[in-house]
Design a protein around this ligand. Sequence first.
Ligand code: FES
Length: 361
Amino acid sequence: MATKDLITKVWIEEGCIVCDACETAAPDVFEVQDETCVIRPAALDASFTKPLSSDIEDAAEECPVDVIKFDTITEEVPDGEAEPAKPSEPAEEKPTAAEKAPPTPSTTASEKPAEKKKAKPEVATVTASMAGQPDPAIAGLLRAATARGGNAGILKKEESMPGGAEAWQKKDPNELPPDARQTKVLEAAKKAKQDPDSSRRALVSSAALAVGWGAFGLGAGVAGGPAFARFMMPNVLEEPDPRVRVGKLAQYIEMEPGAVNEAYKPQGIWMIREEGRVVALNIICTHLGCIPNWLPNDRKFKCPCHGSGYKPDGINFEGPTPRPLERFRLYMSDGIVVVDKSKKYQYELGQWDMLGSFLEV
Ligand code: FES
């Protein structure tokens, strides 16, 4: 008989930015409301959450501000129902026999993420992007944009806009009501990148919560104490590598001028073939930070939040955005095209002809 960690209790701490990611991962458990996310009543019962443990863990991992917490209990399950070990997880992360020894006490909410964080290197160099994995901040924005219903979101918003869409689309961008949810997601994602501890410090600054955590720490006792302490300790500084390897130059030479390659959208990049050049567009809308969709039939990028439109080269031509999309630096390394997202080029500053803003093909 195998064992498995099952979730007996789930809750959301202060600091939710209403990004929809948790509801997308576990819709039976989380409900996103206007100002925050709540646990659905049925999910207050352990018998309901146990079978949904994997979904809840996914939601917690995908939460950009790390406010989803849960308690688990280790139970015996039939061999086929045990989670297979993830190939990418180092062997030392697996719980030891000693850690599994207490048969019934619940694992504390903070213990699980702390165990994972314990194994992370305490250095700022991470090569996730170079390995082709999605940028976590971009992934959060993409999920939020998808949950909003893409272009359907524009229509919904039009109905609630006094004077209709035409009136507000002609307005100065500074006069427009901001899209609060998307702005919050973007700001929090940026903040989390720069300062992974920000959400914890915000949490500690709340006196009421501090009292609550104190009680929690006492209640966790000796077994939960070290995990609680690790959770409250400063987190590791982890910066995603801004460089993304986007394949050989030959594939871009073969593309038709004006063609768009969306393969690296999860990393925040559209690769665009232009006449005699290849360029890398930043997928973030220059209005308020949503992620536009590429509409191949209309041959344009269309932002689902307020309707900004961009041509394939990134030039804006409709909607409230005041400027074109940005471009990233490109260079060759060992025959591979590399996009460096730490260096951006802006059309309105005359930077699109600068060396590095394109590769000649
Ligand atoms: Fe407003 Fe894109 S964020 S149009």
